[in-house]
Design a protein around this ligand. Structure first.
Ligand code: NAD
Ligand code: UD1
Length: 337
């Protein structure tokens, strides 16, 4: 298949391009580079032994997308493009609605015009809010505590309604848990701008000496060691989940939702310990107050993806931390190293 990957220069998109090409698909990337570097795609090309077809464009630009679909015989779309920082979304909510909701609306309209009927959308476990219990199944109640999460809920709903109105459409909503890790080559990985919000890139920057210590946000949760528990999933497993989703859904109409997680929870201190072991570096940390909006524990029931997509995460915590460390130590300044 020829697959258009929006946001394909970003963290998850770049890893997914590699897995799509390895599975025999052709890829064309649209990205406005607002949170990515073209260098990532050059490295993806080097890993795959072929240049990546890249168009620098904004998905909110109908004419630019229209031209992409006119010039490429796109069979299906994987839609990663969007803004993803929770804290920032509370400061500039309109930018989040514009990028994530309006961008998705424009994309769906251009797909409709060109009769492209298969879409895989990046949703998030954030749509479960603070779940009443774990592990989390796809039929749990949905809620959002911040504008970022709300944009994911709105786009999910827009997809369900668009499928209801067009019986030829096939949309898969993938709810990711906590993506971490990097490609085993150490050539591509997560390259956050400024101070990382998420745990893994923060720990990696402490290990490499860029930051003095990790602040552990609370040790009084109802978890085995009191620190927050999450379902960390290797980005390459996640990327392979997209290949499974697009291959299974192409040509089969309907809207389907899957958790992409491992089903296994690890605490903040588990992650610190694993990273220290993999890197051979001490990870100094201080326990501080809980981060507002955080929940105690969150991990997936990944059974549905196993049953329907024949996909399950395979990579261990050790591979997650070793691959993150290889990327971080080879590229201490990310793609600008
Ligand atoms: P990322 O920021 O690395 O990638 C997103 C890409 O989209 C970037 O390359 C950015 O330049 C591009 N982009 C943003 N707005 C655009 C626009 N209007 N037009 C064109 N390109 C645009 O983020 P990621 O971690 O790879 O996340 C990919 C998707 O997965 C996002 O939708 C995110 O919300 C979702 N998600 C991520 C996580 C996570 O922890 N990384 C968890 C759950 C869901
Ligand atoms: C965050 C987002 C969530 C998004 C998810 C995946 C928030 C409030 N939530 O969730 O919407 O879907 O990322 O991208 O930002 N931690 C520390 N110190 C740190 C950073 C994190 O102790 O410096 C702890 C957190 O309290 C949490 C765990 O590490 O227990 C994981 O945090 P993080 O990586 O930010 O992910 P989430 O909180 O799950």
């Amino acid at each position: 298949m020829k697959i258009l990957v929006t946001g394909g220069a970003g963290y998850i998109g770049s890893h997914t391009c590699i897995e799509l090409i390895a599975a025999g698909h052709d890829v064309v990337v649209v990205d406005n580079l607002c949170n990515a570097s073209e260098e990532a795609l050059k490295r993806v090309g080097a890993i795959c032994g072929q240049d990546i077809d890249f168009i620098e464009a904004d998905i909110r630009d109908f004419n630019a997308l229209d031209e992409v679909f006119s010039n490429h015989a796109v069979d299906a779309v994987i839609h990663f493009a969007g803004l993803k920082a929770v804290g920032e979304s509370t400061r500039i909510p309109l930018a989040y609605y514009d990028n994530n909701v309006n961008g998705s609306r424009v994309l769906l309209s251009v797909m409709e015009k060109h009769k492209v009927n298969t879409l895989v959308f990046s949703s998030s476990a954030t749509v479960y809010g603070d779940p009443a219990s774990v592990p989390i199944r796809e039929d749990f109640p949905l809620s959002a505590t911040n504008p970022y999460g709300q944009t994911k809920l709105v786009v999910e709903q827009m997809c369900r309604e668009t499928v209801a109105a067009n019986p030829d459409l096939s949309i898969v909503l993938l709810r990711y848990f906590n993506p971490v890790g990097a490609h085993a080559s150490g050539q591509i990985g997560e390259d956050p701008k400024g101070i990382p919000n998420n745990l893994m890139p923060f720990i990696a920057q402490v290990a490499v000496g860029k930051r003095e210590y990790l602040s552990v946000f609370g040790d009084d949760y109802n978890t085995p060691d009191g620190t927050g528990v999450r379902d960390y999933i290797h980005v390459v497993d996640l990327a392979q989940g997209h290949v499974a989703a697009i291959e299974k859904s192409h040509g089969k109409a309907g809207c389907h939702t899957y958790n992409l997680g491992t089903g296994q929870g690890y605490s903040v201190l588990d992650m610190v310990k694993a990273f220290a072991q993999a890197s051979g570096k001490e990870i100094p940390y201080k326990i501080v107050a809980r981060r507002p909006g955080d929940i105690g524990q969150c991990y997936a029931d990944p059974t549905l993806a196993k049953e329907n997509l024949n996909w399950a995460a395979k990579k261990s915590l050790q591979e997650m931390v070793e691959d993150t460390w290889r990327w971080q130590s080879n590229n201490p300044q990310g793609y600008s190293s």
